[in-house]
Design a protein around this ligand. Sequence first.
Ligand code: NOJ
Length: 753
Amino acid sequence: MVILMLRFVLRFLLPLAFLSVAALTALAQPQDTEQRITALMQQMTLEEKIGQLNILSGETQATGPVTFGGDHATEIRAGRTGSMLNVVGVNSTRQYQQLAMQSRLKIPLLFGQDVIHGYLTTFPIPLAEAASWDLPAIQRSARVAATEAASAGIHWTFAPMVDIARDPRWGRVMEGAGEDTYLGSRIAEARVHGFQGAKLGDLDAIMACAKHFAAYGAAVGGRDYNSVDMSERQLLETYLPPFKAAADAGAATFMNSFNDLNGVPATGNKHLQRDILKGSWGFSGFVVSDWGSMGEMVSHGYVKDEKAAAKASITAGSDMDMESRVYSKHLAALVNEGQVSMAQVDDAVRRVLRKKFELGLFDDPFRFADPAREKATLGKLEFRQAAREMAAKSIVLLKSDGKTLPLSPKLKTIAFIGPMVKPIKGNRGGWAVSVPGYDTDSQIVSQWQGVAERAQANGTKVLYAKGAEMMGFDRSGFAEAVRVARQADVVVVSVGESWDWSAEAKSRSDISLPGVQEELVKALHATGKPLVVLLNAGRPMVFPWIADHVSNLAYTWWLGSEAGHAMADVLWGDHNPSARLPISFPRSVGQIPVYYNHYNTGRPAVDGKQENFKSGYIDSPNAPRFAFGHGLSYTKFAYSGLKLSQTKLHAGDVLSVSLQVSNTGARAGDEVVQLYLRDKVASVVRPVKELKDFQRVHLAPGERKTLSFQVDREKLSFFNDQLQWGAEPGDFDLMVGAASDDIRLVGEFELLD
Ligand code: NOJ
């Protein structure tokens, strides 16, 4: 009893005695951050420390199941929450920050928000941006999002999502960079650099959050929140590198994930968070749980109650509790009972406070929340321009007959048909922020507006018919659509899935084009008019008839604020498409998961060759409908002159690869040249090809350029049969091409030692 009382005095009363105005003022002086944190933590009670480990959702928008029934103001004034999410705009963030300034230690709040693809100016969904394979453009998009969000009082975005995803049924494929580890890693870096700018503390920089750690994208059956079961090799080799890249790029925070990984929920996963992230990677930021994921460990059957969930979470290295409230309810007791060490709590608190110091919030808690800056920053013209360019760069030309597109300026009449033509919201995609004071829909250029404006500039008349709804089985609009199509020189059809059909908890078991839209396209195709189909979606869809019969196809995803303009830019060739698929498009759901970097197997099937006892389907080719890396241009490129600096490599040698790319068509354009490797024999089997580098090159008509790539030992390395990273001597194939299924040049070399 005496000991318990002594503990109580030490933890709760002694710090109060030391607190003085002088001490707080001293904290505001520029000192070494670690000393300032130490000084502050000496003032903090255990309850106040735990307060820093809580993030509470605001009163207006919820991005998960609401469980908090208390009074936000009371929580903040009492120092029981150190961060908030879903508080948007300068006015709101200022109000809540003022409440924090009424707490005993005046520790500023952090405001986090899902700024996933823009704040007010909405950029294409992340998967669409990934299709650009344009790292500077992707970085700029995150930079714009950060600049806008920071001006509105936001300190922290829950992005980038760097989950590798090979299953388009999973609704969250829209938030990531697709199926490939190399591309995903480069994009993760670009996004982190974009959000965090030159350095944290700058007024246009917000903290990035690499999520969802880890392997969330490998949910069984593509069903959101589902379990993940995978080998350690696959985890290390395929799923973790984008996280490592984000950490190395300086990501301030990580978010863990809902799924269990090989039976252990990620939130309670010590191996992931302590051994790998904070251990071998040396991550010094903090880890926030996903919404309710600490408490959900009870449902997983991993812990018996919420108290045990709190213990498992803090022990595993989850620093901040998002909306489970298990830390506020149980952590103090766990510490007092000696079940959780004070050192573990202190470490978590220190990590959170460090970021608040780095952001400069102790010097001025309101420094990001300036109404004048917010007003002057949101929706700037240059941001709109960046969004338009990014949107055009995200459109993938899947098929082209070489004559219909780009549309001729001489066309007299085009018909613009389909359920996606007029809606506005449809272009924003999931995870768009509702910014107070702005009618966010009015920020969007609809497809109709963009196309009609552009057509008018050429004196081309645009006719419209809806044809069908996105969903449902009503075919009554077909006749009108066909009538309109017959009057046009070219028919452009815009179809797709609804904006809220991909995102969190939006998994689909059938990813075909919904409703009767494919039938509508068939009816329009039957008119014999030149036909262009635009496909809008947050994931790869399955559209077999269209893929086989329509000669001009563009995948537009969801393009954001400048959707209509960007579509017009591509349709008329003001922008020559250069995007490439960041994820394979299956022929059917039955092929899923289908990805380019698979193993060969002992009985590889050759597509198109029907042989028994091979690793194939009896009713489908193995190849996807559109392969990873695929995407066309309005011009043509020829590859030649592959040269390898050497064909035998010693340890320490770097192989130089050079080749020429020429633009053999009549228009200027960008080619995305992709370099793949295959390690032919190794202690564990290696993929048939793996992307190891790529370059974007701009070429005027007739122009030829020499490109060079460097292949170092890292690019030849993998996790061997002992799970050790390294390269093994032996033969390698080197392939350079325009897509994973369009290899133009091949070479070979041998690693000697
Ligand atoms: C749950 C989602 O999984 C996560 O990505 C998001 O950041 C949080 N909710 C907060 O909205």
